[in-house]
Design a protein around this ligand. Structure first.
Ligand SMILES: C[S@@+](CC[C@H](N)C(=O)[O-])C[C@H]1O[C@@H](n2cnc3c(N)ncnc32)[C@H](O)[C@@H]1O
Length: 276
């Protein structure tokens, strides 16, 4: 028996879009319907209507809605992805901010979204080689994602061979322990450095509670958002940034078309957004 028609899928993705900003293309029906059907069966719903009733009338932070999010999100990430961003951050952007921030203020960096943690940990690994910065001031790193399973993985810090493929060997040897034929555990002191939380970037109140930041990394999430959601998120980032703070986006992403509250700044051939 078919539990999830294309029409049902559309109803589900409409709710998802309204609550999270994630716009799911109808083309993903073929990839997702089996996973959602399996979930509906496992939870012993008799049909889609019963399931959808629970989705609609439960809050966005209910376990059933969280499970749907965890099924549909695309969490692809790996260490040192678009490595030039980490180099710009530790060799240039933070030094620029250092000149204009009171010496007693910590630097605060937000990874939104962090997925399974490779991105915030890549930032920490780059900072470790910039002793001048780290010795001078405290640096706080917060990683958020809407998917609770990826946040649990990030907190554990256990990675597959695929995740660590682009790590230099000396970094791998120094900060990771091989725990299985294809698994690597990141050093405990590194998992303590990043504060991971489950947060929906569209939830303005939850975002404001994170505090103010000097730098926001938001790579490879906005590509799944339409212009209206992109604009909302861009304005939230703007309100979270301290003056002259930076936003790093993925290479396929841009905010210029939807907002004009950032100026683009070039570091070599790469573009970073700066709060005006
Ligand atoms: C492809 S990963 C990108 C991870 C990392 N930034 C990178 O570039 O390697 C996209 C992540 O965005 C998260 N995401 C999607 N919508 C979100 C939302 N509304 N709030 C927070 N995270 C979201 C997904 O759960 C997923 O883990």
């Amino acid at each position: 028996m078919e539990l999830l028609s294309r029409n049902d899928f559309k109803k589900l993705t409409d709710v998802l879009y309204r609550r999270t900003g994630i716009a799911i293309d109808e083309k993903r029906y073929n990839l997702l319907y089996k996973k959602i059907e399996n979930y509906i069966t496992k939870k012993e719903y008799r049909n889609f209507r019963e399931y959808f009733h629970d989705i609609r009338f439960n809050k966005s932070d209910s376990p059933i809605f969280q499970d749907l999010i965890n099924i549909v999100t695309i969490n692809e990430t790996y260490f040192y992805r678009e490595k030039h961003h980490f180099e710009i951050l530790v060799n240039e952007a933070l030094y620029e901010l250092d000149k204009i921030r009171p010496a007693s203020e910590p630097f605060r960096i937000l990874c939104s979204p962090s997925s399974t943690g490779e991105e915030p940990y890549s930032i920490v690994l780059h900072l470790l080689s910039e002793a001048k910065l780290v010795e001078k001031r405290d640096i706080e790193i917060v990683g958020i994602d809407i998917d609770s399973t990826v946040i649990q993985k990030a907190q554990k810090g256990v990675y597959s061979k695929r995740s660590i493929d682009f790590l230099p060997k000396n970094i791998l040897d120094e900060y990771f322990t091989k725990t299985g034929p294809l698994t690597y555990q990141i050093a405990d002191f590194l998992t303590d450095v990043v504060d991971f939380r489950v947060v929906n970037v569209m939830d303005k109140m939850a975002m404001q509670r994170l505090g103010k930041f000097d730098v926001i990394f938001s790579r490879n999430m906005l590509i799944y958002f339409d212009d209206a959601s992109k604009k909302e998120v861009a304005m939230t980032f703007h309100s979270l940034l301290k003056p002259k703070g930076f936003v790093f986006l993925g290479h396929a992403e841009s905010m210029n078309r939807v907002v004009s509250v950032f100026q683009t700044k070039r570091f070599g051939k790469h573009i970073v957004y700066q709060k005006i």
